[in-house]
Design a binder for this molecule. Sequence first.
Ligand code: NAD
Length: 495
Amino acid sequence: MSLAYKLDHAETRADAHIPSKLLLIDGRHVASASGRTFKSINPATEEVIATVAEAGEADVNRAVAAARRAFEGRWRTMRAAERGHILLRLADLMTRHADEIARLESLDAGKPIAGVLRQDLPAAIDTLTYYAGWADKILGEVVPTRDDALTYTMREPVGVVAAIVPWNFPLMIGMWKLAPALACGCTVVMKPAELTSLSALRIGELALEAGLPTGVLNIVPGPGRVVGDALVNHPDVDMVTFTGSPGVGRGIMRGAAGSFKRVSLELGGKSANVIFDDADLVAATRAAASGIFFNAGQVCSAGSRVLVQEKVYDEVVERLTQRARSLRMGDLSDRATSLGPVISEKQMNSILDYVDIGQKEGATLVTGGQRVGERGYFISPAVFANVEHEMRISQEEIFGPVVSVIKFKDEDDAIRIANGTAFSLAAGAWSKDIGRLQRFAKRAKAGTVWLNTYGYTNVRLPWGGSGDSGLGREHGTAALEHFTEPKAVWLNLNG
Ligand code: NAD
């Protein structure tokens, strides 16, 4: 709380530190072997904000070799508490550079600065301090088996981890992977999304300053099909932790099968936010609007389907529409801006295509769904009413500021619709009937259920889904299990 307060009041400066824009391999900032670079664009203005070295297979090979050397070297054998202290120093450096990192993330990912300071950055720092605390508490157990033996377990780091990160929350999701992997004693080769590499590169610089030994963290920005593929297929990578789309996740699972790599996959969502007719409609619609429009809808757990009980359907559509129209779009550095652009021209066109599809399918576009301005990838927040459960806009992840409002009759009908997609990441329900909420929590096919609230995440709680939403859980102790292998030890006590 106090951290968020402090960051909320951090001033943003115009002279944001532009990172080295080189790869980070073995503790050094280096150009790619091919000498190739790519441009990073501010999605709000379409201006180039940095030129970044573009990694290829040769760079991945160097990075994995460095990570392997670092893993076999000091990192896994140093006192666990010392590993924790290094992570805490990094958290401290991130706090000291909060304004600069936030501004970088805002420009690179097209996020309003207020949201980065309230959510992305404090969450990233919180994740780091949380796992720094775990570094010396990853325990084994003494397990009684027989009188003449001491039998116990240890948890050992998995090894070299490839962390593949998406563009919607580069800093926060990157840290969800980096912090537990490092705390467990793994070494990491991180591939940020090619659209948003800058905050990762800056964290890499700060990690060296914090005393992270060389090779423990390597950062190789570049195209997914080249860099991501090379990591997934590399025989010396032990685990891939991935957040991104279901299609790429499927390919990663197939690729990882080649050498039986461990995988964790956090994929998409089409979450239902269910409003029963006895709910507090003011609170429910306010949360439903931020549940879909926060980060311009580019959130895996966005409440992109709002399910509303018949009696209050029209009122909810009206209230959601009002809220959509009241959101302030524009200058990312203005603290009053609540809605930024979407990440790229490609993403913008894909979202606008879905707006067309929804209309052709017969849904009613009540507001929004248009490009705003000619520079930057801004889309006015869209509310679709009269959406049928079977329509594509109700089944497919749009990943933009578009909400489908669907009518339901009763509790069973709500559950049928809420659970009726290939995804199962999150769900929400609003009612004054606590029994109904509990029944919903039990029956919802979702890794996270929000009751009379929507959208919170916290690193202390498990996060993830199944089906097209992925495999395994991040956060909390689930991540510690992911990044470690258990080992059973038998000691013969009979000499
Ligand atoms: P994406 O799958 O296109 O890309 C994600 C990352 O994978 C990027 O770094 C990309 O370069 C890399 N990649 C692309 N092709 C690859 C390949 N063949 N091999 C290895 N890596 C490859 O996804 P995106 O468009 O960046 O992100 C949006 C998607 O991510 C949405 O579907 C969203 O729901 C999902 N997401 C899920 C969560 C979650 O926690 N479940 C969080 C954020 C985003």
